[in-house]
Design a protein around this ligand. Structure first.
Ligand code: FES
Length: 101
């Protein structure tokens, strides 16, 4: 079961393989309120993945289109509601959850 490390606090939670990073963040009590219910529509779950990007599911079209509309997007950007964990540990940074459009 992979470990999800959440920056800047450094809090760690175990998340089942195949679950989304958003599910892990919510289980960790990260204070996230997904405005669109996890449908890649609001971008309120924009995060940076610092470690473990290769183990996370690939970006699909809807996520890519939404990311293109976000200010502050970088090569580490993902939507936590769309990124599913693989078998290895992942470190993410919470970006304030108001970076969406
Ligand atoms: S929760 Fe809306 S895009 Fe992820």
């Amino acid at each position: 079961m992979p470990t999800l490390t959440i920056l800047p606090s450094g809090k760690q939670v175990f998340v089942a393989e195949g679950e989304t990073i958003l599910q892990g963040l919510m289980a960790a009590g990260a204070g996230i309120e997904p405005k669109c219910g996890g449908k890649a529509e609001c971008a309120s779950c924009h995060i940076y993945i610092h470690d473990g990007r290769k183990t996370v599911s690939k970006i699909q079209r809807a996520e890519n289109e939404r990311l293109d509309q976000i200010i502050g997007i970088g090569s580490k950007s993902r939507l936590a509601c769309q990124a599913k964990l693989g078998a290895e540990d992942v470190t993410v940074e919470i970006l304030g959850f108001n970076s969406g459009i």
